[in-house]
Design a protein around this ligand. Structure first.
Ligand SMILES: [Zn+2]
Length: 227
């Protein structure tokens, strides 16, 4: 297996993990990683559900959106991935999903409270939010605006749309999306029960962020569950 074969398999596995974690929206949502030769991104192809994706459904898309390798169609929202990776040299992988609890939580307008381990990965400060549009990200300009909203953070809520998460590798980006959806689920449960009354202080949250969760251990577990 070449390095690219490994990356395509990782992107595909990341898609299947997100599918198992209920982040699929029929055939929409995508995972990508940076091409090691700088040609663009290896990205899940359009028209497949997360649970169906194999390495053959991961295609090479140029920085301008041209399909360079693979015989599958590309998603129209590729600028989410290309522009975030252009803006962030440390982002080796990007995830975009229509994660249902995150979408519902974003619509409350409430601050995300670090009431569980998951939440400390995103707060403080409050989770980043992209509010310019809830419509699709179809242009490089909108992709750049989304990247500006993410800034130096690991994720953002795309209000009225979904989430975006990034990381140095596919494992981290995928697990960041999984952790964000769980953090929003806990917040929604607390809001439904009258609203959260306590949560970690900023100091405790920042300390927990450094050592509570390893994305790799959780990724390995979720990967084992799929086989
Ligand atoms: Zn979308």
């Amino acid at each position: 297996m070449t390095a690219v074969d490994d990356l395509r398999a990782e992107v595909a596995l990341g898609c299947r993990i997100l599918g198992r974690e209920d982040q699929g929206d029929f055939v929409w949502g995508h995972v990508s990683c940076r091409d090691p030769d700088g040609r663009g991104i290896w990205m899940k192809a359009a028209s497949w559900g997360f649970d169906e994706v194999g390495a053959e459904h991961v295609i090479l898309v140029s920085w301008e959106g041209e399909v360079l390798e693979g015989d599958q169609p590309r998603h129209t929202e590729y600028p989410i991935h290309t522009e975030l990776m252009r803006a962030r040299a440390d982002a080796g992988a990007v995830v975009h999903t229509h994660a249902p609890w995150s979408v519902a939580f974003a619509s409350t307008g409430e601050p995300l409270r670090p009431m569980s381990h998951d939440g400390t990965l995103f707060v403080p400060p409050d989770i980043a939010r992209f509010t310019e549009t809830g419509d699709l990200i179809l242009t490089a300009e909108l992709g750049r605006d989304l990247a500006a909203a993410v800034a130096g953070r690991n994720a953002a809520l795309m209000v009225h749309h979904g989430i975006v998460a990034c990381g140095p590798d596919v494992q981290t980006a995928v697990m960041t999306a999984v952790f964000l959806e769980r953090a929003c689920l806990y917040n929604m449960r607390a809001l439904a029960a009258g609203g959260p009354k306590t949560w970690s202080s900023d100091e405790e949250a920042l300390a927990k962020r450094e050592h509570v969760y390893s994305p790799y251990a959780a990724w390995n577990y979720l990967a084992r569950r799929l086989t």
